[in-house]
Structure formats: C-alpha cells, structure tokens
Design a protein around this ligand. Structure first.
Ligand code: UT7
Length: 339
C-alpha cells in the first residue's frame, strides 16, 4: 500500500539492505591509451583511477542497471518487491525524458503501482534522495523505500583526445539501499545538509543547445551533449567544500569527526578524498576509496562504496555513517545516520 496517512508519530528508519549492478564491460587506462592521447601514469597520478565500467547502449541503459541494483538490495534486506511502497532514483542520465527511471524500475521489479520519482542532483542525487526518503518514512507516510543511484554518464563523454580531461574520469554503475521503518526511534538520520550553487555550474555542465553556453565557454556544435568541465575550478570547489560540509554536519549532530565510523564519500578524485582524510585525521578504514576500480560513477558512487563496505562485513548496527557528495549543479550534500 502506497502513501499511508501522515501521523505525528516519529519512527526509526533502518538501512535494511544494499546492492549494486555494474556493466560487464571493463575499460582500463591502457584501453583508453588506444583511443586518445593519454597514459596510465597521468590518470593514476592525477585521479587514482585504474579502470572503470562502461555500459553498452545497444543492450542496456540506466534503468537496467537501476533494476539490477534494486533487486539486489531488496533481496539483501530479505524482502520482496511487493514490500516496497516507494522507489526513488537519483540520476542525471535517465534513458529518456519520460518515463522516469523510477517508474520503469517499479514496474519491472514487480513492485506494483507504487510511487516512483527521479531526483536530478547529479553526483548528489543519491544523497539528496536518501534525505527525502528518510523523512517520508520518519513522518509516517511510507514503510519501505528503495533508494537508487544510477547513471550512464559515459554517453556524455568524448572518448577522443579532445575530451580526454573528462572521459578518463567517469564510469557507469547503479547501486541501491532499502530503507525500512523501525520501531526504535533512535535509528535513522542524525543530521543532513543540502546545498546548491547554480552560478558555479559554468564550470561543470552538459549543454543541450547553444543558449546553455555561459560567457566563459565558447559555443561549438560538437560540444552539445558533452560534459564541459573546468577541472581545476571544480577541484578547488571540491577540496574547499568537502571539509566544510563534514564540519557543518558534525556540528548539527553535536559530534566530533572521530565519532563517525564511516565517511561514505562520492568518488571523484583520490586526491580530493585524501585531502579530507588528512584534514580530519581519518584512517583509510574510515574513509573508503574504490575509485581505482570504477572511476566517478556520479549518482551511483556513494551507494556503491556503502554496498562494498556492507558486503565486506564492515557495517554494523550501532555505527554512525556519514554519506557525502558534491558535483554538478553545483550541488553538495550530506546525510549522517545512526545505524
Ligand atoms: O563529479 C564531478 C566532479 N569533478 C571533479 O571532482 C574533478 C575535479 N578535477 C580534477 O580532478 C582534476 O582537475 C583533473 C583530474 C580533471 C585534471 O587534473 P589537473 O591536475 O587539474 O590537470 P589540468 O587540467 O591542469 O591539466 C594538466 C595537463 C594539461 O596539459 P598542459 O596544458 O599542461 O600541457 C592537460 O592538457 O594535463 C593535460 N591533460 C591530460 N594529459 C593526459 C588533461 N587530461 C589529460 C589526460 N591525459 N587524460
């Protein structure tokens, strides 16, 4: 049953399961060398990426990956698709303007006529969706929500030398978690933050038409539907924003950096993650990195890290987990959980 009556009773929200779905095609840095003027050494040194997965548009899309991730997460929670009463997908690369990815997922996993919506927050799509989903359960409206991050961003990359500064960074993936009502009200969100800066989008955007080009970027027809990124400007934004976001979220929850067991971070560059580790004195166990194997998978990046942690037995009840992302929009956001 979808859309239960809203009540003033606050309940707990648990993370009941997680899952991921990756395209089978692997593209290593050396594969890229045969497509453009680049090198394994340049990519590893500047980003930490060694390989990424790339979808095959002839046989799969964002929805297919999202469906795989949703099914895996629902099974991991020991639930059935019919137990789910809302599907939310964080994505900036739906297969088509309509239907939304979430509608396709709800139908194809067999969830029935439940609510389904996409959230376009680029790399923050999953974290924003998680915050929305938490409050939908916490306020008594829904019981079980599958939250998915799914993107096939490589379709907006130019795999020639002209696009090398962007194409080497990205990969395709989907990952999901299932949120479920829990009678213990101490379980769930402790603090969250969501931000945007539309002006900053001039440094990271995907133009759909000539009018979308800001004054700092010269229009050319071949740049339509290709990611434009001023790497250094975005790097500066990320390195500056990341610690502020962590501090702001800790302060809201009244916690110290060390009180958090896992910082589950958007994977856009190893050097950005490492600067946060150094700033807060975090061990590699507290801030996991998987960018070496997947690159930047946009909305899938954060839940993909969480799923790996969970599958490796490092997520336990009682822990505190901070999900963090920043990216195009520009957007940045956090979600701090008591498990
Ligand atoms: O979720 C989206 C968020 N995006 C990000 O977080 C990205 C943030 N930015 C970055 O991670 C870095 O800026 C990059 C990894 C994208 C680039 O690193 P950089 O140290 O800022 O390099 P650069 O753009 O300043 O380029 C340095 C040189 C240039 O050559 P010249 O002008 O010095 O001769 C580039 O043409 O590296 C060249 N270059 C490459 N060389 C080999 C750019 N891309 C490549 C490449 N392979 N793929």
């Amino acid at each position: 049953m979808s859309g239960h009556a809203r009540t003033s009773v606050r309940v707990g929200v648990e993370i009941a399961g997680s899952g991921a779905c990756l395209p089978s095609r692997r593209l290593t840095n050396n594969d890229l060398v045969s497509m453009m003027d680049t090198s394994d050494e340049w990519i590893v040194q500047r980003t930490g990426i060694r390989e990424r997965r790339v979808y095959d548009p002839k046989v799969e899309g964002t929805a297919d990956l999202a469906i795989g991730a949703a099914r895996a997460a629902i099974a991991d929670a020991g639930m059935k698709p019919t137990d789910i009463d809302l599907v939310i997908v964080g994505t900036m690369t739906p297969d088509a303007p309509t239907p939304g990815v979430a509608s396709v997922v709800a139908a194809r996993i067999g969830a029935g006529h439940v609510g389904a919506m996409d959230v376009n927050g680029a790399c923050c799509g999953f974290v924003f969706s998680l915050n929305v989903a938490h409050d939908m359960i916490n306020s008594g409206g829904y019981k079980s929500i599958v939250v998915i991050g799914a993107d096939t961003i490589t379709r907006f990359c130019d795999f020639t030398t002209a696009g090398r500064n962007v194409a080497v960074l990205f990969g395709d993936a989907a990952a999901a978690i299932v949120l479920r009502v829990n009678q213990d009200p101490s379980i769930g969100l402790l603090a969250q933050a969501m931000h945007s800066d539309g002006e900053g989008a001039r440094n990271l955007f995907v133009p759909g038409r000539e009018l979308d080009f800001p004054p700092n970027v010269e229009y050319a027809p071949e740049k339509i539907h290709r990611i434009y990124m001023d790497g250094q400007a975005v790097f500066k934004f990320a390195v500056g924003t990341f610690p502020k976001l962590i501090e702001q979220t800790l302060e809201k929850a009244g916690l110290a950096a060390d009180d958090v067991d896992h910082y589950v971070c958007h994977q856009s560059n190893y050097r950005i993650l490492n600067s946060a580790r150094e700033r807060f004195g975090l061990s590699p166990e507290k801030l996991s990195v998987n960018i070496d194997r997947y690159g930047n998978t946009v909305g899938a990046s954060v839940p993909l890290v969480f799923d790996e942690l969970r599958k490796s037995g490092r997520i336990h009840p009682g822990q505190k987990v901070m999900f963090l992302a920043f990216g195009a929009g520009l957007t940045w956001g956090s979600s701090l959980w008591q498990l």
